[in-house]
Each structure stands twice: as C-alpha cells, then as structure tokens.
Design a protein around this ligand. Structure first.
Ligand SMILES: *[C@@H]1O[C@H](CO)[C@@H](O)[C@H](O)[C@H]1NC(C)=O
Ligand SMILES: *[C@@H]1O[C@H](CO)[C@@H](O)[C@H](O)[C@H]1NC(C)=O
Ligand SMILES: *[C@@H]1O[C@H](CO)[C@@H](O)[C@H](O)[C@H]1NC(C)=O
Ligand SMILES: *[C@@H]1O[C@H](CO)[C@@H](O)[C@H](O)[C@H]1NC(C)=O
Ligand SMILES: *[C@@H]1O[C@H](CO)[C@@H](O)[C@H](O)[C@H]1NC(C)=O
Length: 465
C-alpha cells in the first residue's frame, strides 16, 4: 500500500521548532532549563502553577528524537491511578502539529485516561505508540457523563496515522459486562443504548490510511475496535481478547469503509471476532485466528428496511475455533442492496457451530415478519473449508429470502466432520442457487441449479460504487 511509504517521512524538526516557538508548553519541551526556572503558565488547566525544582529527573527526551512526545513529559503520572487525560491531550496536540510526530506511551507505566476524542486533521505520519499500558476508568461509576459512554478512545479525521507499539490497551470491561441490560430495541424499532449501554473501546471515524499493529487490546466494555467511514485500513499482528461470556465484545467491526486489510491477528471474545457492516468494500482478512468467539460475520444488514451494500471481501488462511458461528452472512427481512463477491478460502474450523451460514431471517426478537424486499446475496464462494463442527448445529445452512434468492453460491473442497458424536442435521438450503464443484462432506443436495425465475425489481439490489 502506498500510504505506508508516507508514514516514513522524516519528522521535520524545523516545523517542530517553528511551531513550538508559538507555544509555551512546547517551548519548554526544547528548553528544559526555562521550564525549571519559570512556572508553566496554565491557560488551559487549573492545576497548581508551582513547578518542582526538577520535575523530570530522568528526562524522557534523552533517548528520543525531537518528534517523539513522551506523555510523561506532559506530566502523565503513569501509576494506573491518576487521571492522565490532560497530559495525553497535550501530547496529542503537540505531536499532531508536526510531521511524523510520535506520542509515546512508555513501557513499564500504566496510564489511566478517560473517554477522549483525538481529532485531526494532523500532519501526516502521526504515530500513537503504546509500549506501556493504557487503561480505561473502572466501570460505569467512573464514567459519570452519559454522552461519553458511547466510546472510550476516538480517533477522528486523521490521515496517515499509526496506532502501534508493544504494549496493552486495557478496557477494564468486567463491571460493564455484569450490568443487567445490553443495547436493546425500543418500541419504535430504534436501538436504545439505555442507561447501561457500554462504551466501545477504540473507534476510528472518518479517517484514512490507518495502520494498527502489534498491540494487545483486551477486555473492552463492548466492541474492541470500530472503523466507520474509513478508507485504507491496515491491521496487523493484533491480539484482541476478552472472556468467552463477555457480552457484545466484538473484536473488529468495520462499516462504511473501503480498502481494509486485517492480517495475522488473534481474536478471542464473547461476540463476533470480526464483523462487517453496510457500506463496506474491498476487504481482505488473512492469517487470523478466531476463537472462542462468534466467528466472522457479514452483517447484520438491511435493518429497518435500509439499503446495505457489501462487496469484494476475501477471508483466507484463517482458523476459527470454539465458536458459535463460523462464516456467517446475516440480513434482516426487508432491506435493499446486495452482498456480493465474497470469497472464503482455506479456512480451518475446530468445533464450530454453523460453520457456513447464510441467514436472511436475522431477528433479535423472534417477532420479525417476512417481507418482500431483501438484501440480495450473490457470488459467494467457499473453497477449502475443512475441520470439525458442533453437532448441535447444521454445518452448512443457507436460509435465503423467500422472494430474493441467493445466487451463484460456489462450494469446493468443503469437508466438515462432527467434532464429536454423529451428524444430526443435514445441510439446509432454502431458495439458494449455486454449484458444488467438488463433493462436499457432508453431502449437500439442496442447492438449486441455474437461475431463479424472478428476483423482482432488479434496481433495488444495485449498489453504486
Ligand atoms: C522496563 O522494565 C524491565 C523489567 O524491569 C526492564 O528490563 C526494562 O529496561 C524497563 N524499560 C524501561 C524503558 O525502563
Ligand atoms: C509504528 O509505526 C511507525 C510508522 O508506521 C513505524 O515507523 C514504527 O516502527 C512502528 N512501531 C512499532 C513498534 O511497530
Ligand atoms: C477487491 O479488494 C482488494 C483488496 O482486498 C483489491 O486489491 C481489489 O482491487 C478489489 N477488487 C476490485 C474489483 O475492486
Ligand atoms: C418466513 O418465511 C420462511 C420461509 O418461507 C418461513 O419458514 C417462516 O415461517 C416465515 N416466517 C413468518 C414469521 O412468517
Ligand atoms: C459466480 O461467482 C464467482 C465468484 O465466486 C465468479 O467468479 C463468477 O463469475 C460468478 N458467475 C456468474 C455467472 O456471475
């Protein structure tokens, strides 16, 4: 990807100095002696203006280049107790203003910060490097403001930014998981987050050319990572984990985004390992190990009769284990648009429920009525999908809409054996058209050949690019 090269542009020290001359906090970054002899004017904070004689006995700059902004230098304490949010905001502001600035979260320290929006635009090449631990406040009582509860760390309007390092981002989710309610649907069909809707941990919004790598991200109150309205996302070598029974702790959720790669990562949690929402295209997922989890999901799509478009997605060389679902496409009754050009290739299943699933009757309440419109599922191939399934579920299940058939489903080298016991359910198909290129195990005799007679008004399935 071309944007990667952009990230290596050297930090231009001149810009940095120039910028910092206008900024008292920043100037002290370069001239420590001034900082020590004169109190820091504190326009933006109401903390005590007095400065210890040498606040930084081990100057964090010593081993760093000028474009590295160590949060300790901005008075982050890093004891896991103090609120280090103001220091992070200052470090962000400084690093944002220089090309290839790095916000350094040093190792061997634990920094607690509250819900924060790190917004751009910033100079390109910004790196948020977490080598230590970044920790969320403790549970709902420490998140007093209702409007900060949707998410913890938000990265907004950025281009060419990396979030990486060797450290851990800890969501401290256990008190949230114990709350009695989860996001739920109100009487008018709208989703209410309710008084105990839990925050997502890390959200990238309206940004481009992002790289997220190397980190351990764990115990989110809700979704671990969300990408919405992003172009060019590269995720590599992440480890995401939360307990198997933690509610709604999806690993990586992507929607309204294009050109997304998720590689070489381990995800275990209490919900979808990766979920792909509407408006997403050009996605590649490879080298991922999921489980325990709820598998890799496309959807849910078409809720409240909305249009949903997902196209050109490949999942390959991936392991799914101990999961409620394997490869799932879920759409609601009603809706418009299409899911097309999906390829699932070289997937190892280990004791997975519903290994291969298309569910066009997705419904949370069990009270959804059948409707005549639907999101069209087309051009989906499953190749070399092998391993074992949980016998309480059907290994292959294609429940396509009554009025809008699934078309051009291709199966080859699909071999799924019961993890233990005997096969209970044969593969199931409803209104599913396609071919098996090689005999599958278990044998699937229910795919229909050729094309369905009518798919209704074709224009409702068109997705513009
Ligand atoms: C962090 O702690 C480890 C173990 O005590 C030590 O080896 C390492 O040098 C420390 N790192 C820094 C940057 O101080
Ligand atoms: C973080 O990303 C930057 C920019 O891509 C890169 O130069 C740096 O080596 C990365 N650091 C780690 C620890 O991966
Ligand atoms: C499909 O997505 C891949 C990235 O996963 C991209 O390289 C390719 O160009 C896309 N194909 C089309 C037809 O857009
Ligand atoms: C919806 O249609 C499916 C497939 O024809 C059928 O099995 C199911 O009972 C219907 N559901 C309702 C609520 O009518
Ligand atoms: C069926 O889907 C495959 C990809 O899975 C695609 O290569 C092929 O062109 C499609 N066939 C038709 C008739 O559209």
């Amino acid at each position: 990807m071309d944007f990667v090269h952009g990230l290596f542009i050297l930090c231009i020290t001149l810009i940095l100095i120039n910028h910092n001359l206008k900024n008292v906090e920043g100037r002290s970054h370069f001239h420590k002696e001034k900082k020590v002899t004169s109190p820091i004017p504190s326009e933006s904070s109401n903390s005590s203006p007095s400065v210890p004689s040498d606040p930084y006995p081990n100057d964090p700059r010593d081993s760093s280049s000028d474009c590295v902004f160590d949060v300790r230098y901005f008075r982050a304490v890093g004891d896991g107790l103090a609120d280090d949010t103001p220091a992070f905001k200052k470090a962000w502001k400084e690093a944002c203003a220089v090309e290839s600035g790095t916000i350094l979260v040093p190792e061997n320290y634990t920094f607690k910060i509250t819900s924060t929006i790190f917004s751009g635009p910033c100079k390109p090449g910004l790196v948020f490097q977490v080598d230590g631990v970044l920790i969320a406040p403790d549970g709902p009582d420490s998140w007093p403001e209702a409007d900060s509860r949707n998410q913890w760390l938000v990265f907004y309007k950025l281009d060419q930014m990396s979030l990486n390092g060797t450290g851990t981002i800890e969501g401290n989710g256990d008190q949230w998981w114990d709350l009695p309610c989860k996001p739920h649907r109100g009487p008018d069909g709208k989703t209410l987050s309710g008084p105990c809707g839990s925050p997502a941990m890390i959200r990238f919004f309206m940004s481009s050319n992002l790289m997220v790598s190397g980190l351990q991200i764990q115990n989110s109150p809700q979704f671990h990572m969300k990408f919405d309205g992003c172009q060019g996302v590269m995720i590599d070598r992440l480890s995401i984990s939360a307990p198997k029974l933690s509610p709604n702790t999806d690993g990586i959720h992507v929607e309204n985004s294009q050109d997304v790669g998720i590689y070489n990562s381990l995800i275990s949690n209490g919900d979808d390992c990766i979920s792909i929402g509407p408006g997403t295209s050009n996605v590649e997922i490879a080298g991922v190990t999921c489980g325990p989890s709820h598998g890799i999901s496309i959807g849910s799509l078409g809720v409240h009769n909305s249009q949903a478009c997902v196209s050109n997605l490949t999942v390959r060389d991936t392991v799914i284990r101990e999961s409620d679902n394997g490869l799932r496409i879920k759409t609601w009754q009603g809706g418009m648009g299409s899911v097309s050009n999906l390829k699932f290739e070289n997937i190892q299943m280990e004791n997975v429920g519903n290994c291969i699933l298309i569910d066009q009757y997705y419904c949370l309440t069990k009270e959804c009525l059948n409707q005549t419109s639907a999101v069209h599922v087309n051009d989906v191939s499953y190749k070399n999908i092998k391993g074992t399934y949980d016998v309480r579920t059907a290994p292959i299940h294609f429940a396509c809409s009554d009025t809008v058939a699934c078309t051009n489903i291709t199966l080859s080298e699909v071999e799924l054996l019961p993890f233990e016991g005997e096969l209970l359910d044969d593969p199931f198909c409803w209104n599913a058209y396609g071919v098996q290129e090689t005999l599958t195990i278990p044998p699937i005799g229910c795919l229909r050949e050729g094309d369905p007679e009518a798919v209704g008004d074709l224009s409702t399935y068109q997705c513009s690019n």
